[in-house]
Design a protein around this ligand. Structure first.
Ligand code: FES
Ligand SMILES: [Fe+2]
Length: 389
């Protein structure tokens, strides 16, 4: 049996020629794309540090003085709402000698004080105090504020981009905001935020999201059993414009709870928007728009072998006044959690398999052809655009 090793020239396009063919004849990505440190580092540089990434709902920083600090692909980041009400993102690294000015997690404060030598920064990033070290001709506080990261809002969520030269978020999203405007996401509240650590490469999760092929099998006793799908639509790049890949399934009502459990009222939607609409916004954000709710999954890659997922579940604000709102939310969360764990089990199993030294590449069936789009989106950025046919 042939042992497959990561090549020394892992970024050489010649290794991916078979992946660049059309979906009906293409090979899936080689195993090392899911395990290689070198491939991961290139993804970090060419994908995650150059695109718009979702980092949660704006309600994570509800008041001036609130913040959260976290790791994004190895970069310490802090997001804060300052006294002026604005939300801003910064590299969470002191401009003296690199201490993290905000402790990891969520909190509230008036200033970020570095734990190392107590340089202090306002929540809008200005350096305001440097103990035992005064300004002079060669040192001005104004030159040493926290390094800002671009941050914009859409659908109530915060999106960051490390690339100062990048186009604005709305150009990046293309026609997506207009397509989902009927859900009125700005008027929704986050009913829950759940975190999952998955022992798999980020691409396994990202590919699975746009793969309806697995649903009748992996979710046979949940999604598929509760609400059979009458019709599906897979992304067509001539119809959907923007940095996302979508699929849609039509079925009756909601799949959020088990049959017989009470359901939330339905959002008034035309026939074409019923069922569920699932856009994955490249590279880290998956959304689901349903008849009674929506969700957002943010993805945080943590090296080639681990991925953290944060999932927010949202409903229209007015539902808060329903009798037994809390009890209904518990039912919806239970349903989503079961489905999520069905996926996690498969993804961790798949990662174990691709790590095998004899793993061979596979093929795409018609129903998972969007996985081919997802893989080629990554290759376009990691090794450069595909050769013209
Ligand atoms: S590293 Fe922050 S004050 Fe020295
Ligand atoms: Fe799934």
């Amino acid at each position: 049996m042939q042992v497959v090793k990561e090549p020394a020239d892992v970024l050489n396009p010649a290794h991916y020629a078979n992946c660049r063919l059309s979906a009906d004849v293409a090979a899936t990505l080689p195993a090392w794309c899911y395990t290689s440190q070198a491939f991961y580092e290139r993804e970090r540089e060419e994908i995650f540090l150059k695109t718009w990434n979702c980092v949660g709902h704006q309600s994570r920083v509800p008041e001036p003085g609130t913040y959260f600090a976290f790791d994004f692909v190895g970069v310490p980041v802090v997001v804060a709402r300052a006294e002026d009400g604005q939300i801003r993102a910064f590299v969470n690294a002191c401009r003296h000698r690199g201490g993290e000015v905000a402790p990891a997690g969520e909190g509230e404060c008036k200033l970020f004080k570095c734990p190392y030598h107590a340089w202090s920064f306002s929540l809008s990033g200005e350096l305001v105090a440097t103990p035992f070290y005064d300004e002079s001709d060669v040192f001005k506080k104004a030159d040493h504020g926290l390094k800002p990261i671009k941050l914009e809002l859409w659908a109530g969520f915060m999106w960051i981009n490390f690339d100062e030269t990048s186009a604005d978020l709305h150009s990046y999203l293309g026609d997506l905001p207009q397509r989902v405007a009927r859900w009125n996401a700005d008027d929704m509240i986050v009913a829950s935020r759940s975190s999952y650590n998955i022992a798999t490469n980020w691409k396994q999760y990202y590919e699975n999201f746009s793969d309806p092929y697995h649903v009748p099998f992996v979710h046979k006793s949940t999604l598929s059993k509760n609400k059979p799908v009458s019709k599906r639509e897979l992304h067509d790049p001539s119809k959907y414009i923007g940095n996302y890949v979508m699929h849609r399934a039509w079925f009756d009502g909601t799949r959020g709870v088990a049959p017989g459990e009470p359901t939330f009222p339905e959002i008034p939607l035309p026939e074409e928007d019923r069922g569920a609409f699932y856009p994955w916004i490249y590279p880290n954000a998956g959304m689901g728009f349903m008849v009674d709710s929506m969700f957002m999954v943010e993805m945080y890659p943590e090296g080639p072998d681990n991925t953290r997922i944060e999932r927010s579940f949202l409903v229209p604000k007015a539902y808060k006044d329903l009798p037994d709102f809390d009890g209904m939310i518990v039912n919806y969360l239970r349903g989503m959690d079961v489905v999520h764990h069905e996926d996690i089990e498969i993804l961790e199993m798949q990662q174990r398999s691709v790590k095998s030294p004899v793993y061979m590449t596979g093929r795409f069936a018609r129903m998972d052809k969007l996985v081919h789009d997802c893989q080629n989106w990554v290759l376009d950025r990691v090794i450069g655009p595909a050769p013209q046919a």
